[in-house]
Design a protein around this ligand. Structure first.
Ligand SMILES: Cc1ncc(COP(=O)(O)O)c(C=O)c1O
Length: 444
């Protein structure tokens, strides 16, 4: 816990914040997990009666699409709630998922290879479990960091190994040598990254995806592409079905891929916990003797669905599958521009970045190769002379909650700022709180 503060007259009562931080029992709240920060901010809000500017959790701040809700209502009225869903997914969802992948990524993928999961969280967990049991030598997952901290927690829960490096200084052509160095050791089963990246919002481009694919093919490594922010690189219009530009994807460049497609952010559907695994046919049909030893069947697709996903949750919520199917169909048919409905995050990022910069903060991941960073769901900031954990903890006294980069595998000090919960009506308060913080802590 921090003890030195430049000013104890803070926007939120200093003693209340201090007491609530102490009561968490977390040794360094600044390094706390997303859920720890959520909890402490809630408690301080309740005790102080003052609202926080919430920037810690990527909860979609927008209403879920009507078309999804109606799809679910109709399904519920038709009685799906009493019936177990098929493990491999309902047919309308498999059909629309396959179409979606064609329409928005220009990739042909059979319906059989599109499988619903309880969010991408479950899709990732199942993928990690199967990849960790396919080859005795390949027992490690490689993260292109910074990344989503819970995925490493999943590997810890599974008792599986991972390695990671911050990709920021290894962009472009430099990526090949770095990946080669890891994969040539022979222990890497899979490479995982999110694109756009949580938390930095850098976006790997097609040349970089080609490099990842080349190394994956060379060493028989499976690439897990996490598309939690599908089509949300707003610098390009990725929203028109069947028309370029498309969401960049590894699926264009290798047959060794698994895509995690989330409905949480792009479709504001986080509460329904429904996502998709899209598995390359070569991987899906692949046979691995070690899977047979471990799970009783050597087929990848079969093991994933009928052993692993079955064991986890006996399928994915029946009505949520219908809701997602309805949203995907509307997007595929050109009746619902899902990207337009979330573009507001990019607009917020422009305004909020300006407030941070005005108060003396700096953007940590500020470049996307030769371009300035795009404006999207997240960006990252630091404050001169402060670690990320110190910054997060001190900002709690100013009524601002966020998470430090320390848990994301970043090489840098700073914190992640999430746009989703900050409304326009809060910009003024945010600006004032940041300004006071900047004045209190600026290096003289
Ligand atoms: C990079 C990344 N992957 C996966 C997820 C989880 O997605 P879902 O809500 O579909 O489980 C998130 C959510 O924040 C994320 O940021």
């Amino acid at each position: 816990m921090l003890t030195d503060f430049k000013n104890q007259i803070t926007p939120i009562d200093f003693n209340v914040v201090k007491e609530k931080i102490q009561a968490t029992g977390v040794p360094s709240i600044g390094n706390g997990t997303i859920r720890e920060i959520v909890k402490v901010a809630n408690e301080i809000q309740q005790a102080s009666g003052q609202r926080y500017i919430r920037m810690e959790m990527g909860v979609p701040g927008l209403a879920p699409p009507e078309v999804g809700i109606n799809g679910e209502i109709e399904a519920l009225k038709n009685g799906v709630a009493s019936k177990y869903p098929m493990l491999e997914g309902i047919l309308p969802l498999k059909k629309e998922a396959s179409r979606f992948i064609k329409m928005f990524m220009d990739v042909d993928l059979p319906e059989a290879c599109c499988i619903p999961t309880v969010g991408s969280m479950q899709g990732g967990y199942a993928t990690f479990m199967i990849l960790g049991n396919m080859d005795a030598q390949k027992d490690t997952l490689l993260f292109l960091d910074p990344g989503f901290p819970v995925q490493k927690q999943q590997l810890d829960v599974l008792g599986q190994k991972y390695e990671a490096f911050d990709v920021y200084n290894h962009r472009g052509d430099k990526l090949e040598a770095k990946l080669e160095a890891y994969c040539s050791r022979g222990n890497i089963a899979g490479i995982i990254y999110s694109n756009p990246n949580n938390p930095s919002w850098i976006c790997l481009n097609d040349d970089e995806l080609k490099i990842i694919a080349k190394i994956a093919d060379k060493y028989g490594v499976i690439v897990i592409e996490d598309l939690a922010y599908f089509a949300m690189d707003f610098r390009k219009d990725l929203s028109i079905p069947g028309k370029a530009p498309f969401q960049p994807t590894i699926a264009k460049y290798t047959k060794n891929y698994i895509l995690l497609i989330s409905s949480s952010k792009a479709f504001s559907y986080a509460g329904q916990r429904v996502g998709l695994l899209a598995i390359s046919p070569d991987v899906y049909e692949g046979r691995y003797s070690r899977l047979k030893t471990r799970f009783g069947n050597d087929k990848f697709g079969y093991t994933l669905i009928y052993k692993i996903l079955y064991s986890f949750s006996s399928g994915t919520s029946h009505s949520a599958q219908y809701g997602l199917a309805a949203m995907l169909k509307a997007a595929n048919d050109g009746d619902f521009n899902f990207v337009d409905s979330v573009r507001v995050y990019g607009e917020r990022a422009v305004a909020i970045k300006a407030l941070f910069k005005k108060a003396g903060f700096e953007i940590v991941y500020s470049r996307d190769l030769d371009d300035p960073l795009g404006d999207g769901f997240y960006f990252t900031v630091c404050f001169p002379g402060m670690t990320g954990a110190e910054l997060v903890e001190r900002l709690l006294y100013y009524g601002i909650s966020a998470i430090a980069l320390s848990g994301t595998g970043s090489d840098y000090e700073g914190m992640r700022v999430c746009m989703s919960q900050v409304g326009k009506d809060e910009f003024e308060v945010l600006g004032a709180r940041l300004e006071q913080f900047g004045n209190d802590y600026k290096l003289s």
